[in-house]
Design a protein around this ligand. Structure first.
Ligand code: MN
Length: 203
């Protein structure tokens, strides 16, 4: 496993083809208050790239271009949050998207445990540690433990997608999953515009 830290943006010339696993770390869970600190990426090849953003400028054209690249599917776990955060701070609408949490909810109907830790254990045989989850992601110098934790959130998403795709196919739910993924940028916009708590589809 290798982790590369990039300050401010992805370097020129670093490209991803087909799909890339993505996660982000923020100063908290309130999107309008808590700034985006890190965006982690993996091609699913046991390597991770971590972009440490400049929170005063968010000048990251390469990262923005990747998020909007129609030829690269961005694989998230709970895309709704990351997509809203990147829309808010990077000003980019992420697309196309795959979300392992939505896929899990559509096929793992035998459980209500859809956390990344649960999926990694069941579908990839990997034990993830959540110990650094609530650490200070705004620190200038991130610890080795923080970087390893941040990377671990993207290293297994390709494997989870493969397993979940087979289950979606088996249950005949691939099309509804794709439609849900396509709606995610709108769901993120609703969150940012004040409809985070209200289900506009409810009666
Ligand atoms: Mn994370």
């Amino acid at each position: 496993m290798s982790i590369t830290l990039h300050k401010g943006d992805l370097p020129d010339g670093l490209t991803f083809t087909g799909s890339v696993a993505v996660d982000s770390e923020t100063l908290g869970l309130n999107i309008n208050r808590d700034k985006l600190c890190l965006v982690q990426l993996s091609a699913g090849d046991d390597t991770a790239h971590i972009v440490q953003l400049d929170r005063s400028r968010y000048d990251a054209p390469n990262l923005r271009a990747l998020m909007a690249d129609q030829n690269v599917t961005k694989i998230f776990h709970y895309a709704r949050f990351d997509v809203a955060v990147m829309q808010r701070y990077l000003g980019v609408v992420t697309t196309p998207i795959y979300c392992t949490k939505i896929a899990s909810k559509l096929v793992r109907t035998y459980t209500d445990r859809h956390g990344l830790k649960d999926l990694a254990r069941e579908l990839a045989g990997v034990e993830l540690s959540k110990q650094q989850q609530s650490s200070d992601w705004g620190a200038d110098n991130l610890s080795e433990a923080q970087l390893a934790y941040a990377a671990s959130d993207v290293l297994h998403l390709h494997k989870l997608k493969t397993a979940l795709d087979a289950m979606l196919e088996r249950e005949g739910r691939l099309e509804i999953a794709k439609a849900c993924f396509a709606f995610l940028p709108i769901r993120a916009s609703l969150d940012l515009a004040g409809w985070a708590e209200e289900d506009i589809f409810a009666h």
